[in-house]
Design a protein around this ligand. Structure first.
Ligand code: NAP
Length: 227
């Protein structure tokens, strides 16, 4: 059975990705920073849950240790936890980068020993085309008109980290993706986005391709995106 960990999976795209991967037969661990929210989501879905705050080294270490004890390996890691800060100051910048970028380093480093014990280890980063230099400088792309400096910069870092990890670990498949603008709590104030089921399908596709697919890319559902 494929063992999968999804960070920030107590709601939104992560929750729906968990639901769809469970349907495909994965054993899914819901990583949630709030124990109760994680346990509630896991109970609804028939998943397992583990306390995991991507901004807290001790929490990340304990979460991966718990999965190691229970499973002995990790086959699929989905970096999904993320925040969208609309302000622009030092504390907001630290929160954005801590969650969206540094969190990827914390969780990947803690997961690598478990991933190395998988037959086909796969890491998917739910990033954003807002972090694509090509998209935000292209007047024909909607990203070019959205002033979200901290979100865009931290997602650019998330994508680059994913590409760099793919270079450092050619035996593990690493890709970043833009799931599509989705109606979740993150976008609720903007009143935009498609149903979460459609965007989670993009995550599920990449999470299930493994080494049969590409590595070191940024993609959306139509294919590869220039970074
Ligand atoms: P969401 O509904 O707000 O879900 C975000 C999830 O991340 C929640 O479970 C949240 O947990 C969790 N999270 C936040 N900080 C965390 C931390 N420090 N440690 C662990 N978990 C944390 O948003 P979403 O739209 O599903 O977003 C999921 C991912 O998709 C994000 O990475 C986002 O950047 C990306 N994305 C979204 C869109 C879109 O249109 N929605 C587009 C492109 C990319 P709590 O419930 O505890 O807050």
């Amino acid at each position: 059975m494929t063992v999968t960990l999804i960070t920030g999976a107590n709601k939104g795209i992560g929750y729906e990705t968990a639901r769809q991967l469970l349907e495909l037969g994965h054993r899914v661990w819901i990583g949630a920073r709030d124990v109760e929210r994680g346990e509630k989501a896991a109970a609804e879905l028939g998943a397992r849950s583990v306390q995991l705050d991507v901004t807290d080294d001790a929490s990340v270490g304990s979460a991966l240790a718990a999965i190691d004890t229970a499973e002995g390996r990790l086959d699929v890691l989905v970096h999904n936890a993320g925040v969208l800060e609309t302000g622009l100051d030092g504390p907001a910048a630290l929160r954005s980068f801590d969650t969206n970028a540094v969190g990827i380093v914390r969780v990947t480093e803690a997961a690598l020993p478990l991933l190395r014990r998988s037959a086909d280890p796969t890491v998917v980063t739910v990033s954003s085309s807002m972090g694509s230099f090509w998209a935000v400088t292209n007047p024909e792309r909607p990203e070019s008109g959205v002033p979200l400096a901290l979100y865009a910069a931290s997602e650019a870092a998330a994508t680059m980290l994913t590409v760099q990890y793919s270079r450092a670990h050619p035996d593990i498949t690493f890709n970043a993706l833009e799931p599509g603008t989705t109606a979740t709590d993150m976008t609720a104030a903007m009143g935009i986005g498609r149903p979460v089921e459609e965007s989670a399908r993009v995550v599920v596709r990449l999470a299930t391709l493994g080494s049969a697919g590409p590595t070191g890319t940024l993609r959306d559902e139509a294919g590869e995106l220039p970074w």
